[in-house]
Write a new protein. Structure first.
Length: 242
């Protein structure tokens, strides 16, 4: 076996052990099926990858710099997370990110863009589905989406200011003036590539993207959850009175 094959095997075993431990922690007393888990992750991961790969599902808006694209590939991860638990949803995010490397390679962003997207999507999907797993009603959905959106937006602003922009300037070699010019063409209110960009571009962009994802996810999940093998809390049978 080559070094890559051995590494992939080790990572697969680690992921399997990790998901088992987390699954048992969230659903004590329920039998864990690795085959069923892998099948679900594969199906929803494929859906998420299609939404990422097909150009029609990604678009830019004139209000934001052209390098900020609205994408909806988190929707399958949300549906999987709501139906089968947060571990499944997060695993779908990992599959989507891995497939990005397959289609894009490492060269465009040297993995920094993919890692950033992985962190943001994990925060967004993980928090919302984790709260819903503990509170399976509309209130749980509202609390989960609200908290997840806040955390994701804050993390997005921090990563853009301290990771993405410095990366494009110092590693990719984009001049400061060129970046600022691209930003100001879309939004003249942006005065620098730091926090002005974060507040006038990253913040509204992520709020708009998250709103689209929330609405579409809610509509689809309400329509499809009856056809999914839903893993909610099983009701205990009522005791007969003697």
């Amino acid at each position: 076996m080559s070094g890559i094959e051995i590494t992939a095997l080790v990572l697969a075993l680690v992921l399997g052990a990790f998901t088992y431990r987390v699954y048992v922690a969230f659903f004590p007393g329920r039998k864990y099926s690795p085959v069923r888990f892998i099948a679900r992750v594969a199906v929803f991961g494929a859906m998420s990858t299609i939404l990422y790969v097909v150009p029609v599902f990604k678009f830019s808006l004139p209000l934001f710099p052209s390098f900020l694209e609205i994408h909806v590939d988190e929707i399958p991860a949300f549906i999987a997370g709501f139906a089968y638990g947060p571990v499944t949803g997060i695993a779908v995010i990992f599959i989507k990110t891995a497939m990005k490397f397959v289609f894009n390679g490492v060269t465009p962003t040297l993995g920094v863009g993919e890692l950033t997207d992985l962190i943001l999507s994990t925060c967004y999907v993980g928090i919302a589905t984790l709260i819903y797993a503990k509170k399976r009603n509309l209130k749980g959905v509202a609390i989960g989406f609200t908290l997840a959106t806040i955390v994701q937006v804050v993390v997005a602003m921090l990563l853009n200011v301290y990771v993405m922009i410095p990366f494009y300037m110092n590693v990719k070699g984009y001049p400061l003036d060129s970046l600022l010019s691209m930003m100001r063409i879309a939004n003249p209110a942006i005065s620098d590539v730091g926090w002005s960009y974060a507040f006038f571009a990253v913040l509204p962009f992520n709020l708009m993207k998250d709103a689209i994802v929330i609405v579409v996810t809610f509509i689809l999940y309400r329509s499809l959850h009856k056809f999914l093998r839903f893993e909610g809390k099983k009701k205990r049978p009522a005791r007969r009175r003697s």
